[in-house]
Design a binder for this molecule. Structure first.
Ligand code: ATP
Length: 199
C-alpha cells in the first residue's frame, strides 16, 4: 500500500483545488517556511479521521477551512481526498485503489467517504485499524513525535506495538464483544426479574 494522490480544496492554506501525485518509494516535499508542507501532512491525518484539532495545530474544527488572505476570501468548506494503492490487498477491501474523502462545513458538520460513497468515521477506522495508517497508526510521525514515543508511558508504547503487530483490531473486537456480553447479561437479569414477578 502506498499513498498515490492527495486532492484538496479549501483545506488550510490550500484554497484552490490542489492535486499532488506521489510515486512508489521515497517522495520528498520541499519548500520555504510556511508554504504548507505540514498542512499537507495535516490533510492526511484529518482525512483519516483525526478529530483532535490540536493534533492538527488548530483551536476549533473549522480552523482547517481556508480562512482567507488579502487576495482571497475565506471559504465555507474544506475537502480532502487521498488515494491509496491497495494492489497488495493490505486494506480489507476488494479494490486495487482506495479513495478516502472528508468534507467539513463551517457549521462544523463533517462527512466521510470511502471510494466516493458516504460512510461513517467508524467505517474508515475499521478499514485502517491494524494497517499502521489509522487514527492510532504510527505511519505519520510529526515533528517532535519521535521523542514522545521514546519517552512515552509504557501503555502508550504498548499501543503502538499492538498497532504495528496488527493485534489492536482484536483488542477492539474483544472490547466490543465484552460490551455486548455485559448488555446481554443485564437484559437477562431484567428478564429474570419480570419472570419472577409473573410467577
Ligand atoms: P515550516 O517549514 O515552517 O514548518 P510549513 O511549510 O510546514 O512550514 P505549514 O505549517 O504547513 O508550513 O503552513 C503554515 C501556513 O498555513 C501559515 O502561513 C498559515 O497562515 C497557513 N494556514 C494554516 N491554516 C490556515 C487556514 N485555515 N487558512 C489559511 N491559511 C492557513
Amino acid at each position: 500500500m502506498y499513498l498515490k494522490k492527495i486532492e484538496m480544496k479549501g483545506f488550510k492554506s490550500f484554497a484552490e483545488h490542489t492535486e499532488i501525485i506521489f510515486k512508489p518509494g521515497i517522495n520528498v516535499v520541499v519548500g520555504p517556511n510556511g508554504c504548507g508542507k505540514s498542512n499537507l501532512v495535516d490533510a492526511v491525518r484529518w482525512v483519516l479521521g483525526e478529530n483532535n484539532i490540536r493534533e492538527l495545530r488548530g483551536q476549533k474544527s473549522e480552523d482547517v477551512i481556508f480562512n482567507g488572505t488579502d487576495k482571497f476570501r475565506a471559504l465555507s468548506m474544506a475537502s480532502v481526498e487521498i488515494v491509496l494503492d491497495n494492489a497488495d490487498g493490505l486494506l480489507p477491501l476488494d479494490y486495487s485503489e482506495v479513495a478516502v474523502g472528508r468534507k467539513i462545513f463551517r457549521s462544523g458538520e463533517s462527512e466521510f467517504y470511502l471510494n466516493k460513497a458516504r460512510v461513517r468515521l467508524k467505517d474508515i477506522n475499521k478499514v485502517f485499524t491494524g494497517t499502521g495508517l489509522g487514527k492510532c497508526g504510527y505511519s505519520i510521525i510529526g515533528q517532535g513525535e519521535l521523542e514522545e514515543v521514546l519517552n512515552g508511558a509504557p501503555m502508550d508504547r504498548r499501543l503502538i506495538l499492538e498497532e504495528a503487530s496488527g493485534i489492536i483490531k482484536y483488542r477492539q473486537q474483544r472490547d466490543e464483544v465484552k460490551a455486548r456480553i455485559a448488555s446481554t447479561s443485564s437484559d437477562l437479569v431484567r428478564i429474570g426479574d419480570i419472570l419472577g414477578e409473573l410467577k
